[in-house]
Design a protein around this ligand. Structure first.
Ligand code: 13P
Length: 272
């Protein structure tokens, strides 16, 4: 049984003060959640403050990006080793990184491996652009992105040991989350339909099964992201293929984000 995940990607929003206020509002309602993992991904500068507030709660923390080198002369970058002291998850390969900051499939693969090697759980984002969807290339694009991102992850070496920590596929599946985020659905209010998302997510699982082991791919959590709101979350999580959501704009509104989490828990709980 896969435990659902609802993750909030705050993107480049909230000052530290605003982040603290938002978490305070959420904590009042969400101190102990059962039935889903909830992950907040604030900007880097708020990780410490938010992390301190989340101590003792079941809400987890994630970063929005990571560089692939542990330390060195890379002005302005944040390393996976640094993040490993602060959070459990890290978003990798978000389309905004791919399209605004030039993260190629090769860079995304290095970031996934660097995250895993430093005991961070990557939330790997994949998704096609509008012109690719209209050209009937969704599966081709997704296949390329997933295959490239997962290439060689079974050989990742943890920084704190010389063992091949991730040599067991089950371990990979437990450490990795994939989010299907069609670029045309992000921030547009035009979410994919539940059926579309479920079909593509099934395809992602099939592609992953060819890269990692088949059983491991069955236990991999795969989320939908793109204009998820309290009004449409039910449409997605009602599909057994969809293990939760990566939420952007709606995760900045405490009441709405709570509702997304609660609906996910109720629907996934009743379809077990
Ligand atoms: P929106 O929910 O604002 O469309 O953003 C989705 C997203 O990019 C989450 O990573």
């Amino acid at each position: 049984m896969r435990i659902p995940i609802v993750a909030g990607n705050w993107k480049m929003n909230t000052t530290v003060t605003e982040a603290e206020r938002l978490v305070m509002e959420m904590l009042e309602k969400l101190n102990r959640i059962e039935g889903a993992e909830v992950v907040l991904c604030p900007p880097f500068v708020s990780l410490v403050a938010v992390g301190m507030m989340l101590e003792g709660s079941s809400i987890k923390l994630g970063a929005q990006n990571v560089y692939f080198v542990t330390a060195g002369a890379y002005t302005g970058e944040i390393s996976p080793l640094m993040l490993s002291e602060l959070c459990e998850f890290v978003i990798v390969g978000h389309s905004e990184r791919r399209w605004h900051f030039g993260d190629t499939d090769e860079v995304v693969n290095k970031k996934v491996k660097a995250a895993l090697a430093n005991n961070l759980k990557p939330i790997l984002c994949v998704g096609e652009r509008l012109e690719e969807k209209e050209a009937g290339k969704t599966e081709e694009v997704i296949h390329r992105q997933v295959t490239a991102a997962l290439d060689g992850i079974e050989h990742v070496v943890a920084s704190d040991s010389s063992e091949y920590r991730l040599s067991r596929d089950a371990e990979i599946a437990a450490s990795l989350v994939i989010a299907y985020e069609p670029v045309w659905a992000i921030g547009t209010g035009k979410a994919a339909s539940g059926e579309q998302a479920a079909a593509t997510i099934e395809f992602i699982r099939d592609v992953a099964a060819k890269t990692i082991d088949k059983n491991a791919a069955q236990s991999l959590r795969i989320l939908y992201g793109g204009s998820v709101t309290a009004a449409n979350i039910a449409e997605f999580v009602a599909h057994p293929q969809i293990d939760g959501a990566l939420v952007g704009g709606a995760s900045l509104k405490a009441v709405e984000f709570m509702s997304i989490i609660q609906q996910t828990i109720e629907i996934k709980g009743s379809t077990k």
